[in-house]
Design a protein around this ligand. Sequence first.
Ligand code: 5GP
Length: 210
Amino acid sequence: MPIDNDGIMVILSSPSGAGKTTLVNLLSKTKNFEVSISHTTRKPRQNEVPDKDYYFVDEEKFKRLIKNEEFLEYAKVFNNFYGTTRTPVIDKLSKGKNVLFDIDWQGADQIKNKKLDYKLITFFILPPSRKVLFDRLSNRDMKDKLIVEERMKQFGRDVLHWINYDYVVVNETLDDCFSKIFNLIQAEINNGSKDYDPEFIRKHVEKLTL
Ligand code: 5GP
């Protein structure tokens, strides 16, 4: 049975290119947070460290974990499987650690629907404009225009899930976005007043989806 000293769960999701990974890294250095390490069938990227960034597994192993009901949530994203195993998360929470999830909207929905007895705060990160997103994606994948186009199309679909999150935060500058998220987490923990304008967000999403 969860008690007052239990940790909380914070989910950060975003369409590709909104700058979420950097935010997760910054947040992981604060407030007793530990990042949940996912399993994935995706191949490691050059700069990624196995068992730190992800547990890289083959599809057979992933399917075995599904069959053994080890996942708190899992989903297929861009043709690869991604999932969060339950035991490490519950272990951390029951020891009073806060757990940070860098997962997509499908995983966020699943965790929300589990209605665990731990406090959950969900954030959706958005870019300031389609132009900025396009530039960020182009810088990242300069060699491949097709990838950029595909990610822009995917953005149009992903952005529609903003409505299911507690908070939507625009990543105009990293410092500012980080402070907003940090302050909202603080306010949630302390039942304080929240600096959040849902009307501004609704208009921003409207602009992004025109
Ligand atoms: P990437 O391959 O770029 O690391 O991640 C692709 C997408 O998969 C990102 O949106 C990331 O948040 C999401 N993702 C990473 N791990 C998990 C997970 O365990 N579960 C779910 N549902 N999504 C994940």
